[in-house]
Design a protein. Structure first.
Ligand code: ADP
Ligand code: MG
Length: 242
């Protein structure tokens, strides 16, 4: 059984179809990338998976459970799915440690000492030891984004969704964030990510999906999608980005 199964998902905004019958299976430990022009529906698809948007048709199963069922427990689903955005969205008035321990303590009722111990372990693992007491504005963009990723990991999700997590960073800071995504993959984390970094996408993905106008036009292993795309629209897109 797939860890995540997206089956015939449609989403409309103001009468416009932004997702048009998306089908996608994600297996445990798999890294799936979504590529496509701005406005093709990549973020909307991730937001539907995390229940930040409701789907208008189709179903999404997480570990076999229909999370798009209106009776699904949204908090419980979000416990199992971490999401990180382009803009880091850290709470500016809270220390790094408090940002990371907020969800484990409030949503998961983890004891303070235990949540803090785990946060310190994660900070050390991602090269941010010594930053626990810092506030977000005292960190570089790359460090803030690493904290945002750690915050998403703190609830021990089954699946991580990463939406253009390097797009807001200066080029020299991109690599430190890509490095931790690589480490997450090596540790077996299942991920769906959107990115404009085609080299990185090719390197890290097990499956690459090309979206165009809300349609999943083509998907396959990176070698196939980048070197022998079958669909003319995929070829056209790849020509425009290299
Ligand atoms: P991508 O992430 O691929 O750039 P998005 O998923 O952000 O694409 O957007 C797909 C389309 O949906 C765009 O036309 C965008 O304007 C529209 N859209 C996204 N979110 C909303 C919203 N909350 N309300 C109205 N339109 C939206
Ligand atoms: Mg987007």
């Amino acid at each position: 059984m797939s860890l995540l199964s997206i089956d015939g998902v449609w989403k409309h905004f103001h009468g416009q179809s932004v997702l048009r019958g998306i089908d996608l299976e994600v297996n445990a430990h798999e890294v799936v990338s979504l590529i496509g022009a701005s406005g093709s529906g990549k973020s909307t698809l991730l937001r539907c998976v995390n229940l930040l948007e409701t789907v208008d048709d189709g179903v999404i199963l997480l570990d076999g459970q229909d999370i798009t069922d209106p009776r699904a427990d949204v908090d419980d689903v979000r416990k199992r799915i971490g999401i990180v955005f382009q803009s880091f969205n850290l709470f500016p008035h809270m220390t790094v440690l408090d940002n990371i321990t907020l969800a484990p303590r409030q949503v998961h009722r983890v004891a303070k000492a235990q949540a803090q111990e785990q946060a310190h372990e994660l900070l050390a693992r991602f090269g941010l030891q010594g930053k626990a007491r810092a506030y977000p504005d005292q960190l570089s963009g790359g460090q803030q984004q690493r904290v945002a990723i750690i915050r998403a990991l703190a609830t021990q999700p089954r699946l991580m969704l990463l939406d253009e997590v390097t797009s807001a960073l200066d080029p020299q800071l991109v690599v430190e964030v890509l490095t931790i995504i690589r480490e997450l993959k090596d540790s077996g984390m299942t991920m769906i990510l959107t990115t404009h970094e085609m080299g990185f996408c090719r390197d890290i993905s097990d499956t690459v999906c090309f979206l165009d106008g809300g349609v999943l036009v083509e998907k396959g292993p990176p070698e196939q999608l980048f070197e022998a795309p079958e669909h003319p629209r995929t070829r056209e897109f790849l020509r425009s980005v290299v």
